[in-house]
Design a protein. Structure first.
Ligand SMILES: N[C@@H](CCC(=O)N[C@@H](CS)C(=O)NCC(=O)O)C(=O)O
Length: 214
């Protein structure tokens, strides 16, 4: 398998953590996203949407969209399982994950930031407000769910790491990248600290990947 990735991509991070958790063998191909390599025809031939990540299977088929890829990995290598055994639990985990992956992260990606600044003329301060509002409102919603549910345990859902934790960690990486303060969300922060202490999350951290600033 070839995992098309970049240290700065939060969506790639979600797949990187899943790969680290379930140990599926793969090769990493770094795409220089900040330099625009993902927009070139060579990468569009891999993923016509021109976004990271992508996962090329050994038979040549290419999987796209991080949540679909993580669920694929969970299906082919279900140890540890990234989704709970019960339907309501799976819905809760997917719901928590999607607050980040569907409702928040799309507002932050490079092409949206470029559109806001280059096409619509937003200045740095206004852009930071945009990012801050998106990230705070997402984390506020996640925190409210986590803090109010008896299903929350040491991790987002009980005592097993799930897709919700992968997305929570990704959300807090965005807080780090955009220099925001997450202290108003103590349940989320405490869970993330537990996650970052796990070898898979530690090894997958963006700042430990090739190309990351030293
Ligand atoms: N929903 C997609 C998001 C993919 C995405 O937008 N990836 C970003 C990096 S995190 C990207 O490649 N953006 C390129 C761009 O904005 O030009 C997923 O979860 O895979």
């Amino acid at each position: 398998m070839i995992f098309y990735s970049n240290w700065r991509s939060l969506a790639a991070d979600r797949v990187r953590v899943a790969l680290a958790l379930n140990g599926v063998p793969h090769e990493v191909k770094v795409i220089d996203m900040l330099g625009g390599e993902h927009l070139k025809p060579e990468f569009r031939a891999v993923n016509p949407q021109a976004v990271l990540p992508a996962l090329q299977l050994d038979d040549g088929r290419v999987l796209f969209q991080s949540m679909a890829i993580v669920e694929y990995l969970d299906e082919i290598a279900p140890t540890p399982p990234l989704l709970p055994a019960d339907a309501a639990g799976r819905a809760r985990v997917r719901g928590l994950a999607l607050i980040h992956a569907a409702d928040t992260h799309p507002l932050l990606v490079p092409k949206v930031r470029t559109h806001l600044t280059k096409d619509l003329g937003l200045g740095d301060e206004a852009l930071q407000k945009w990012l801050s509002r998106a990230l705070h409102s997402g984390l506020e919603a996640i925190e409210a769910q986590l803090a109010s549910s008896k299903d929350t345990g040491p991790y987002c859902h009980g005592d097993q790491v799930t897709l919700a934790d992968i997305c929570l960690a990704s959300h807090l990486l965005a807080f780090m990248f955009f220099k925001l303060d997450a202290s108003a969300y103590p349940t989320a922060v405490a869970i993330n600290e537990r996650l970052q202490a796990l070898p898979a999350f530690a090894a997958a951290h963006p700042l430990k990947q090739p190309g990351a600033p030293g």
